[in-house]
Design a protein around this ligand. Structure first.
Ligand code: KIV
Length: 258
């Protein structure tokens, strides 16, 4: 069954946590979809996790189109969210054109980083029938270093105000990244839209994790992430075993030869 925004809203209302995982390629997205994740996020984290870029800010709209298309080909059920990368959501006309390219290649929803300054952009996306996921708290496209946002009263008020502005502008989902657990719980209880947390505690309506962290491929794991497997070691061992088998002429064996 194809999962829709309404499906995610129903899960929020029922108090059932929503599962979101990033994906950048066909085989990974296929497994995520088969496992039944609610939503796949083609994040601009593709830059540092997949393309060898030093920063998310190097990711282009063409990278996003390429990877969103691959994920779309794999996914039958999950709700696909795609990021507008750095510098592609500044002017209204430019944003609409970039968002259209992402939905044309398969995104169900467009994610926009930023706080209340993005309200006008979100409003115009919504007015043009795009489903928008806002992204507040730590914003890699905007903030120079990862950090917790909303720790002091002034920042918490700014975050609440921004969340209200983006909701009023028409955002229908929101990612909260590195926001104190108590505050993100309050925002989740307060706003009608599904709030997806990362590093924001377990009171959000759902969680998103970068697939490289989840599988244990990343070299550095943040405090708020968890590896549920050690793929890096498994891959390394498999490659070493293959090399040994080739060097000893054990592979290809008789069964592998024509
Ligand atoms: O790009 C990404 O993967 C993200 C998540 C970390 C929320 O924005």
């Amino acid at each position: 069954m194809k999962k829709t925004l309404q499906y995610l809203i129903d899960k929020k209302r029922a108090g059932t946590p929503i599962t979101v995982v990033t994906a950048y390629d066909y085989p990974t997205a296929k497994v995520l979809d088969e496992a039944g994740v609610d939503s796949v996020l083609v994040g601009d984290s593709v830059g540092t996790n997949c393309l060898g870029y030093k920063s998310e800010r190097e990711v282009t709209i063409y990278d996003m189109i390429h990877h969103t298309s691959a994920v779309r080909r794999a996914v039958d059920n999950a709700f696909i969210i795609a990021d507008l990368p750095y510098g592609t959501a500044n002017s209204i006309d430019g944003t609409l054109l970039n968002a259209r390219m992402l939905t044309d290649c398969g995104a169900d929803c467009i994610k926009v980083e930023g706080w209340s300054e993005k309200a006008e952009i979100v409003k115009s996306l919504r007015a043009n029938d795009f489903t928008v996921c806002a992204h507040m708290g730590y914003n890699p496209q905007i903030h120079d270093k990862p950090g917790v946002y909303g720790k002091n009263e002034a920042q918490a008020a700014e975050l609440m105000e921004g969340a209200r502005a983006l909701c009023n502008a028409g955002a229908e989902m929101m990612v909260l990244e590195m926001v104190p657990a108590k505050l993100s719980g309050e925002i989740s209880a307060w706003l009608p839209m599904p709030i997806i947390g990362i590093g924001s505690g377990n009171k959000c309506d759902g969680q998103v994790l970068v697939v490289n962290d989840l599988l244990g491929i990343s070299q550095k794991i943040y405090k708020h992430a968890r590896s549920f497997a050690n793929f890096r070691e498994t891959m390394y061992e498999a490659i070493k075993d293959y090399m040994d088998a080739v060097k000893s002429r054990e592979f290809p064996g008789e069964g592998n030869s024509w």
